[in-house]
Design a protein around this ligand. Sequence first.
Ligand SMILES: NC(=O)C1=CN([C@@H]2O[C@H](COP(=O)(O)OP(=O)(O)OC[C@H]3O[C@@H](n4cnc5c(N)ncnc54)[C@H](OP(=O)(O)O)[C@@H]3O)[C@@H](O)[C@H]2O)C=CC1
Ligand SMILES: O=C(CO)COP(=O)(O)O
Length: 339
Amino acid sequence: MKNTADITVLGAGSYGTALAISLASNGHRTMLWGHEPEHIENLINDKSNEAFLPGIPLPDLLIPEADLATALAASNNVLVVVPSHVFGLVLNQAKPLLRKDSRIVWATKGLEPETGRLLQDVAREVLGDEYPLAVLSGPTFAKELAAGMPTAISIAGTDPQFTKDLVELLHSPKRLRVYANNDFIGLQLGGAVKNVIAIGAGLSDGIGFGANARTALITRGLVELTRLGEAMGAQASTFMGMAGLGDLVLTCTDNQSRNRRFGLALGKGSDVEAAQEEIGQVVEGYRNTKEVYTLAKRLGVEMPITEQVYQVLYKGKSPVDAAKELLSREQKSETSSAE
Ligand SMILES: NC(=O)C1=CN([C@@H]2O[C@H](COP(=O)(O)OP(=O)(O)OC[C@H]3O[C@@H](n4cnc5c(N)ncnc54)[C@H](OP(=O)(O)O)[C@@H]3O)[C@@H](O)[C@H]2O)C=CC1
Ligand SMILES: O=C(CO)COP(=O)(O)O
C-alpha cells in the first residue's frame, strides 16, 4: 500500500503540484515526483510547495517522491507535467522504468524544441506504440486550480478507456469540470499556440495599446490557430472550446500568465533575458514561438501575429514596429478562410 498510488505525476513545479493537489483532494492517492531531491524534501517537511505555490497545503493523499523508479512503479497512470523542452528527456528517463500496463498523459503545453513536432510524436518515438496516450489542455492557472477555485479543462487521447478513467480521476463536481474531446492533435496545438498569442497580447499592452487591440489579437490569434490546426488535421470546432478560445482568453487577459507577463515586460522595453529572469518560471512561448513559426512556414500557413512575435523575440524588431507592421497589412476579408 505504502508504495502504490492511483496516479503518479512527473514534475513538481507549479502545474504538476496543482494537478496533484486536485487529484489528491478528489480522494486519490497521488505520487508527485520531482527531479530535485532537496525540493522534494522541502515538500515533505513543509507540507506545501513554497517554491511554486506558497501557502497552499498539500493534502495527505499527495506523496512527494524523489526516486523516479518508485514513482513509476506506484501506478500505471502517469501524468507528465514538465516543460516542453525536457518532455522528451523525461520520457527517455522514464521508459526503462515504466510498467507493462502504464498509460501516459501530459499537461505540458508546447512543441518539441527545434523540430516543432507535436508531443504525441515525441512520445511515440520514445515509447513506441504500445502505451495509451492522452493530453490535458485548457484554461487552468495552477494557483487557482491548487486553491480549489472552479476550473474547466479538456482531455483527449488515443484510448477511450484511458480518457474515461482520467475524467473519473480528475473530475470534481465542486472544483474541476473535465470535458472529454476527441481531437488529440487540436488540444496539443491549442496549448502551444496560445502561448505565442499571449506574448503578443502582452507586447500590445506593454506598448500602451488598449482593450481594442488586445481583443483583436485574441480574435485573429484564434483564426491563426484554427488555420494551422486544420492544416495539421485538427478540427476547427476544437478551437472554439477550452483548448482554443478558452486558453487564449485566459492567458491574453490575466497577469497570472507568464507568457503574457513576458510580452508585457518586452513591450515596456525589457530585453528577452531580463524579462525571462523577472518571471523566474517557465515561459513556454519563448521557445514555442520559434517552433510555431517554423511549423507554419513549413506548412505554408499564414500566421501574421506569430510572425511578428517571432521577429521581436528572435530578430531584434521593436514591439512598436511589429505592431505597425500588423496594422499596415493589406486589407482582408474577415469571412474568407484563405485570408
Ligand atoms: N502553471 C500553469 O498555470 C500551467 C502550466 N501548464 C504547462 O505545464 C508545464 C509545466 O509548467 P509549470 O509547472 O507551470 O512550470 P514551472 O516552471 O512552475 O515548473 C517546472 C518544473 O519542471 C521541473 N523540471 C525542469 N526540468 C526538469 C527535468 N529535466 N526533469 C524533471 N523536472 C524538471 C522544474 O524543476 P526545477 O525548478 O528544478 O528546474 C520545475 O519543478 C508547461 O508546459 C506549462 O505550459 C499548463 C497549464 C497551466
Ligand atoms: O497554460 C496556462 C494557463 O492555461 C498557463 O499560462 P502561462 O504558461 O502563460 O502562465
